[in-house]
Design a protein around this ligand. Structure first.
Ligand code: GDP
Ligand code: MG
Length: 301
């Protein structure tokens, strides 16, 4: 007799920059969530669906939980991340291999009262000289959250992710059927993914010169059998930011477009024509209404 179907939701939580989105992409073996060295790269809950054999794991990648509720976008991201602690079948709490700070502490507080299994993924172990260096940190973590199981991993190098995945599969409830169709990998539209990919290139290529207040709107998304045509509008807050983004003789915006197009061609499995425009729209990140008009509604789709 074949084994029963197991299917469930798994939230990936942790402070900004510990590697949550990298972990999701590695588990999925493809990019569903954008990543960078900067905080606030992930703004929405992103779902990655992995179906193998009789199991379906539905991962929810969350924006890091932030301290401070200063701007509307930070409040939105905290709400989004918190909602992912409810109604899930397991939680992966991602922490760094040796750094533990007040932001980790704040996430831990929220995990003390959840009623599903918690697995702590101790990430970035590729940066350690020896695994023995992990011991003091691991000891502290297990006393902080005694009910949690611990798995050391490197999301970037893909180390030990098999152990993490097997552990997660054990935690999934039996189910009469899969939650999503077997061939579906995310709940997001290609249009949404296109905007996210353009935003990833902006965050990566504009270095520290540009604050995170940029957003990308897809004005056109047209698909024919031979070609996908996409027009992306990048909104920044000030004229100076527009100049930074465009770069000298348009070099930077060209590079952003070129990198994004390559990713989009992989994603759509088609030739892509991508136009990227930059426009100044002041004050949007601090205005709830403007946020909503750009698609930052509560379920973030
Ligand atoms: P998030 O904010 O938690 O989603 O973090 P990201 O996934 O965007 O990653 C933040 C940064 O950490 C990126 O520069 C990643 O390349 C890097 N990173 C993630 N996982 C690892 C890892 O296992 N090892 C190392 N060395 N770097 C990692
Ligand atoms: Mg992220």
């Amino acid at each position: 007799m074949s084994s029963p179907i197991r299917a469930g939701y798994i939230s990936i939580v942790g402070r900004p920059n510990v590697g949550k989105s990298t972990l999701l992409n590695e588990l999925m073996q493809q990019k569903v969530s954008i990543t960078s060295k900067k905080r606030q790269t992930t703004r929405h809950n992103i779902i990655g669906i992995k179906t193998e054999g009789n199991t379906q794991l539905v991962f929810v990648d969350t924006p890091g939980m932030h301290k401070g509720q200063d701007s509307a976008i930070n409040r939105y991201m905290n709400r989004t991340a918190s909602s992912a602690l409810q109604d899930v079948d397991a939680i992966v709490f991602v922490v760094d291999k040796d750094v533990w700070n007040a932001e980790d502490e704040a996430v831990l507080e929220r995990l003390k009262n959840v009623n599903c299994p918690v697995i702590i993924a101790v990430n970035k172990i590729d940066q350690l000289r020896s695994v023995n260096d992990l011991l003091p940190h691991v000891g502290r973590l297990s006393s902080l959250l005694p009910q949690a199981e611990l798995v050391p991993v490197s999301a970037l190098r893909g180390n030990n992710l098999d152990s993490l995945e097997s552990l997660l599969i054990e935690k999934m409830p039996e189910s009469p059927e899969f939650i999503y169709p077997e061939d579906q990998i995310t709940d997001r539209s290609l249009r949404f993914m296109a905007a996210e990919i353009v935003r990833e290139k902006i965050v990566r290529l504009s270095g520290d010169e540009l604050p995170y207040q940029t957003t990308v709107e897809i004005e056109e998304y047209k698909e024919t059998s031979k070609l996908v045509t996409i027009s992306a509008l990048v909104l920044v807050e000030r004229e100076g930011q527009k100049r930074i983004l465009i770069g000298e003789k348009g070099d930077r915006i060209k590079q952003i477009g070129c990198d994004a197009r390559m990713d989009l061609e992989k994603l759509t499995d088609s030739k892509v024509m991508l136009n990227v425009w930059v426009k100044v729209k002041s004050g949007w990140s601090d205005d709830e209404r403007a946020l909503r008009s750009l698609g930052f509604d509560d379920d973030g789709k």
